[in-house]
Design a protein around this ligand. Structure first.
Ligand code: FAD
Ligand code: DLZ
Ligand code: SF4
Length: 509
C-alpha cells in the first residue's frame, strides 16, 4: 500500500526520519509551497527564495534517486494555500494507507498536524526529528526537576554522551570551556576574509521572479541573493568557513564592524536549519580541524559549543515549555515596536548598521542580535510578541524553535530567568568596546546625560530603576545595583527625564 510522506521546507535532509524506510515503487513524497508558510510573518524575501529554491532542488534530487515526488508549486492553480489543505488534496490523489511525517520545528504546525488523523480518517505517524543530538525526550529527562536550566551543564552531558572533543572521560585540553581566551575586540587593520557567496542558479532565479511579484511588501532586499540552495553549495560554504575562518572564530566571536556583516562567523545557520547540512557533520568537521592541528582548541570548542550546546539547548527549552513559553512577560514590557526596526532609519548608528546588514543579507551575527537589536528592545521595554515577530521575519535562519528561546529568554529575560541567569542589558560602553559603530554616530558613548549622550547609557540605568523590584534580588545583578545605590537623587531624576523623553519620541518614530 502507498504511504504518503510529507517533507517540509526545513526538512531537506536525505536521511530524514520520514524518508527512512521508503518504498520507491509504491510510496509518494509530498512537498508543497503554500501561502500560509510564506506569509505567517513577512519573511525576508531572501528567506523565501532560499527555502523554495532548496525545496525544488531537493525534490529533483529525490526524483533522480527514483523516488516519486508530488510537488505543488505556489502558483499551482489548485493550491489551497495551507499544509492541511495540500495534504487533503494529496490523500484524494494517491489514496494512501497512511501518512508519515517527521515532527515539525514549530508548535503552530505540530498542533495542526495532530488533527489530521481525525480529519482525514487515516493513520498519521509522526516520527521524532533525529537530526538533533538530543531528542525532545532526552532534553526533558535532563530538565526534569530543575528550577532553572543552565546551558553549560547540558552541554557537558552532550559532550560526554556523543564523545565530542573528549579525551577518555576528560574534556579535550582539560577544560570544558575556553571562553576566557575568546571575545576580543577586532584589532585595527585585521584582514577579514571574503566569503563564499553564490550566484543564483536557474531555479533560484525563477523563484526570485515569483517572490518579487507575489511578496513585494515583505522585508529586505531581494538582490544580491548570495545563498547556496543545494546541499553541495552548503557544503562548499561550510568548507570555506572551516578552512579559512574557524581558526579565528573564537577570538572575534563578539566583535562588530561596519560593512563587515560576517567577520569570522560561519554563516551556516540557514543551511543547518533547513537540513541541507547537519549538526553532527558540522561538529565532526570542526573537531577534525583541531585534532589535525589546523585550528586551535579555543576556536573549535567555542564553535562546537554554539551547536552541540546552545542550538540543542534552546530547542529543548522550546519543546519543554511550549505552548505557554511565548506568553510569559516577566518584566511587563508593553511598548510597540518602533518603525525603524523595519526601515533601519534611525540616528543610533549601531542600530542603523545592524538593521542595514539584515536588510541586505537576511543575516546578522549573534552579538548584533543580542547586544544591539535585542539589548535595545530589552532596555526600551518592547512587548515580547512584537519584537519576536520581527526576529522571526528578518533572518534567513529564523524558525520559532530557535528564535523564540533566544529572543524571549536570552535577549528579553521575558521568561524570568529560566534560560539566562541575568538580563543581557548593557550601556553604550559595551557597544563602543566591541565595535566601530560609535565613531560615526551622532551620540557619544562616553556622555551620560543630555542631547549628546548615547541613549543606551540612560536607558540602561532607567531599565535598572524601573525593574528594581524584579531584578535587585538576582545575585548576578548585585554589582550594577550597588552602583545605582550610589547615585544622587538628582542623577536618578536626570536619567528618568532623559529616558522618558527619548522613549516618548520613539512612539512618534
Ligand atoms: P556562528 O556564530 O558561526 O555559530 C555557529 C552555529 O551555532 C550557528 O550557525 C547556529 O546554528 C549555532 N548557534 C550559535 N548561537 C546559537 C544560539 N544562541 N542558539 C541556537 N543556535 C546557535 N539562530 C537561528 O538559527 N535562528 C534564529 O532565528 C535565531 N535568532 C536569534 C535571536 C537572538 C535575539 C539571538 C541572541 C540569537 C539568535 N540566534 C538564532 C542564534 C545565533 O545568533 C545564530 O544562530 C547565529 O548568529 C547564526 O549565524 P552563524 O551561522 O554565522 O553562526
Ligand atoms: C519557511 C517556509 C516557507 C517560507 N515556505 C514553506 C513552504 O512553502 N512549504 C513548506 O513546506 N515549508 C515552508 N517553510 C518552512 C516551514 O515554515 C516550516 O517547516 C515550519 O515552520 C515548521 O518548522
Ligand atoms: Fe549606538 Fe550609542 Fe554607539 Fe551611537 S553612541 S553607535 S547609539 S552605542
Amino acid at each position: 500500500m502507498t504511504r504518503l510522506r510529507l517533507v517540509l521546507g526545513d526538512q531537506l535532509t536525505h536521511d530524514l526520519a520520514s524518508l527512512g524506510d521508503i518504498d520507491a515503487a509504491r510510496d509518494v513524497v509530498l512537498m508543497a509551497e503554500v501561502h500560509d508558510e510564506t506569509t505567517y510573518v513577512p519573511h525576508h524575501k531572501q528567506k523565501i527564495v532560499l527555502v523554495l529554491s532548496a525545496m525544488r532542488h531537493f525534490a529533483a534530487e529525490l526524483r533522480a534517486a527514483g523516488v516519486r515526488v508530488d510537488y505543488v508549486t505556489l502558483d499551482d492553480p489548485g493550491n489551497t494555500g495551507s499544509l492541511g489543505g495540500e495534504i487533503g488534496r494529496a490523500v484524494a490523489r494517491h489514496a494512501p494507507s497512511r501518512i508519515v511525517l517527521t515532527e515539525p520545528g514549530e508548535w503552530r504546525v505540530l498542533s495542526v498536524m495532530r488533527g489530521w488523523e481525525e480529519r482525514l480518517g487515516i493513520d498519521v505517524e509522526i516520527r521524532p526529528d533525529d537530526r538533533f543530538f538530543a531528542s525532545r525526550a532526552r532534553f526533558e529527562r535532563w530538565a526534569e526537576g530543575r528550577k532553572s536550566f543552565r546551558m553549560e551543564f547540558f552541554y557537558r552531558e552532550m559532550r560526554r554522551e556523543h564523545a565530542v572533543l573528549m579525551e577518555g572521560d576528560e574534556p579535550a585540553g582539560g577544560q570544558w570551556n575556553f571562553d576566557h581566551d575568546n571575545r576580543k575586540a577586532l584589532p585595527a587593520g585585521i584582514a577579514v576574509p571574503k566569503r563564499t557567496r553564490f550566484e543564483p542558479d536557474e531555479v533560484a532565479r525563477g523563484v526570485m521572479a515569483m517572490v518579487q511579484q507575489r511578496f513585494p511588501g515583505h522585508f529586505g532586499d531581494l538582490e544580491p541573493f548570495g545563498w547556496a540552495v543545494t546541499r553541495s553549495g552548503a557544503l562548499e560554504a561550510l568548507d570555506h568557513f572551516i578552512t579559512v575562518c574557524l581558526p579565528r572564530f573564537g577570538d572575534y566571536q563578539d566583535a562588530m564592524k561596519s560593512a563587515e556583516p560576517f567577520l569570522f562567523h560561519s554563516i551556516i545557520s540557514p543551511y543547518l536549519n533547513i537540513g541541507l547540512i547537519t549538526a553532527r557533520e558540522v561538529c565532526a568537521r570542526a573537531e577534525a580541524e583541531w585534532r589535525e592541528g589546523r585550528a586551535p582548541l579555543n576556536a573549535v570548542e567555542g564553535f562546537i559549543r554554539q551547536i552541540l550546546g546552545w542550538r540543542e539547548y534552546v530547542r529543548g527549552i522550546y519543546w519543554a515549555r511550549m505552548p505557554g513559553y511565548a506568553d510569559t512577560n516577566a518584566l511587563n514590557a508593553t511598548r510597540p515596536l518602533p518603525g525603524f526596526y523595519w526601515s533601519g532609519d534611525t540616528d543610533l548608528n549601531c542600530l542603523a548598521q545592524s538593521i542595514g546588514d539584515i536588510r541586505r543579507n537576511a543575516y546578522g551575527h549573534h552579538i548584533q542580535r543580542l547586544m544591539v537589536t535585542g539589548n535595545f528592545a530589552l532596555l526600551a521595554g518592547i512587548a515580547p510578541a512584537a519584537i519576536e515577530a520581527w526576529y522571526l521575519a528578518v533572518y534567513a535562519d529564523a524558525y520559532e524553535w530557535v528564535e523564540l528561546p533566544n529572543v524571549h529568554g536570552m535577549a528579553l529575560f521575558a521568561d524570568g530567568g529560566l534560560l539566562a541567569s541575568k538580563p543581557y542589558a548593557a550601556s553604550g560602553a559595551y557597544i563602543d568596546r566591541m565595535s566601530d559603530y560609535c565613531r560615526a554616530c551622532r551620540y557619544d558613548p562616553k556622555v551620560k546625560a543630555g542631547p549628546k549622550a548615547c541613549p543606551f547609557n540612560y536607558m540602561y540605568w532607567n531599565f535598572l530603576i524601573e525593574n528594581q523590584g524584579s531584578l535587585e534580588g538576582n545575585q548576578r545583578m548585585a554589582m550594577p545595583y550597588r552602583t545605582l545605590a550610589t547615585f544622587s537623587d538628582a542623577r536618578r531624576a536626570e536619567i528618568t527625564r532623559d529616558a522618558q523623553a527619548f522613549l516618548a519620541a520613539l512612539g512618534e518614530a
